[in-house]
Design a protein around this ligand. Structure first.
Ligand SMILES: [Zn+2]
Length: 86
């Protein structure tokens, strides 16, 4: 393999080990719940989920799960710490 290619692969490994370098701006994800599959979106700083709990509370287990998975890869304002269970 060419050394420049090896360099790119090494850099990819480094970036992959440093998730704080990434910041999701928007995404759509399907989450298989126990009963149904729900679509969660994060777009322009706003969360949305197709489940009925989200309709009432503006957060749900699906949006919280994504915040836990993505962690530092979400901008600060994407986290909803005020609703973290104590
Ligand atoms: Zn939900």
């Amino acid at each position: 393999m060419q050394s420049s290619v090896i360099g790119k692969v090494e850099k990819a490994k480094l970036y992959a080990s440093e998730p704080h370098r990434m910041s999701f701006n928007d995404f759509t994800v399907a989450i298989k719940g126990d009963n149904n599959t729900h679509t969660v979106t994060y777009k322009q700083g706003e969360w949305a989920c197709g489940c009925s709990f989200f309709d009432t509370w503006n957060w749900c287990c699906h949006t919280l799960a994504m915040q836990k998975i993505l962690g530092v890869m979400l901008p600060e304002e994407a986290h909803q710490p005020e609703i973290e269970p104590v």
